[in-house]
Design a protein around this ligand. Structure first.
Ligand SMILES: Nc1nc2c(ncn2[C@@H]2O[C@H](COP(=O)(O)OP(=O)(O)OP(=O)(O)O)[C@@H](O)[C@H]2O)c(=O)[nH]1
Length: 301
């Protein structure tokens, strides 16, 4: 609808306008140049919990709490100063206390002389979409079983942290940690117990990690720990401490049975010359293989 037609509706056939916008399911309101409400549809009445009569002539400070009203007023003022369309998303608390995430779609409208005469806004509830977005982001970032970061996030962090290390000419190391004899645990106690053991091990590694270490589940029973600002010698010592933490665990399997676990670690360091993060991981992987071949429950580099 053109602005001029809208204006005619507003002036000459306000009732027709209301009939049309009342049929729409999302809240719509329109305001004059002083940002006072000229009108709204039924959905907006329900949204603010007030009747049209109570809304018309008021400004946002009379309808919403101070913080939210200040944000709405500022965006209205900005739109009127820069006429056109304004779209933004924001979390809102409805007057009844309900938390929503909404998209505001606002536009200025003109009088018959082409002068800006006010603004009209529509509120689209995107709470469900935002909730799904958050859920997908969680799934893309965290491992479903253990709750720690997943391989995808691990690869992302590895790239970034290695870039930072190269840029600042600082050391960086990576640990690949693999639980020992995990197949036996699965075969003896069942897959669910295996899952529980994985969870406990992951939580222990995550809890123990230093502030700048990055821990993720890299594969089935394999974990990657990135150690920024750490050379290989220190990474080996830190690796020993991670293994100690796992050795301390006593995982309750049944009422009278506790399980102890061990793991093997391979350490790699980013080569100052080649700065190839894949090489660092390959180094860690080969060292892990040696740790397994040498009898497990140890760190190799
Ligand atoms: N319960 C459970 N088991 C898993 C999961 N992912 C991988 N596994 C199991 O982990 C076991 C790994 O077996 P292997 O690769 O032989 O390794 P291992 O038995 O730990 O032997 P070493 O690595 O040599 O100490 C396999 O039985 C996989 O099925 C998982 O998410 N849950």
């Amino acid at each position: 609808m053109k602005d001029v037609e809208l204006h005619q509706l507003l002036q000459g056939n306000h009732r027709a306008l209301l009939l049309v916008i009342d049929a729409l399911p999302f809240p719509i309101y329109y305001k004059d140049l002083a940002c006072k409400y000229l009108g709204c549809n039924k959905a907006y009445e329900e949204y603010v919990g007030l009747s049209r009569k109570q809304i018309i002539g008021k400004d946002v400070f009379e309808l919403f709490e101070k913080g939210a009203a200040a944000i709405f007023a500022a965006s209205d003022t900005e739109l009127l100063a820069n006429p056109g369309i304004q779209i933004y998303e924001a979390p809102v608390i409805k007057p009844d206390g309900q938390m929503l995430y909404v998209k505001f779609h606002k536009a200025t409208f003109c009088n018959e002389y082409g002068e800006v005469a006010g603004l009209i806004g529509a509120i689209i509830d995107i709470t469900e979409q935002k909730t799904l977005e958050k859920k997908f982001k969680r799934l893309a970032t965290y491992d479903d079983l253990t709750g720690i970061y997943n391989r995808r996030e691990g690869r992302k962090q590895l790239k970034q942290l290695c870039k930072d290390a190269v840029r600042h000419k600082r050391p960086i190391s990576a640990i690949l940690l693999d639980l020992d004899n995990f197949k036996v645990i699965n075969d003896t106690y069942g897959h669910d117990t295996g899952d529980m053991v994985l969870k406990k091990a992951a939580q222990s590694l995550d809890r123990y990690s230093r502030a700048h270490d990055f821990v993720c589940r890299y594969g089935g029973e394999e974990f990657m720990i990135i150690l920024p600002e750490t050379n290989k010698q220190d990474a080996v010592k830190i690796g020993e401490r991670y293994l100690d933490e796992l050795r301390k665990l006593e995982i309750q399997i049944t009422n009278d049975e506790k399980l102890k676990i061990t793991a093997s670690i391979g350490v790699g360091e980013l080569d100052a010359e080649f700065t190839d993060r894949e090489l660092m991981l390959k180094q860690a992987d080969e060292a892990l293989y040696r740790a397994k071949a040498n009898g497990k429950n140890q760190v190799c580099f």
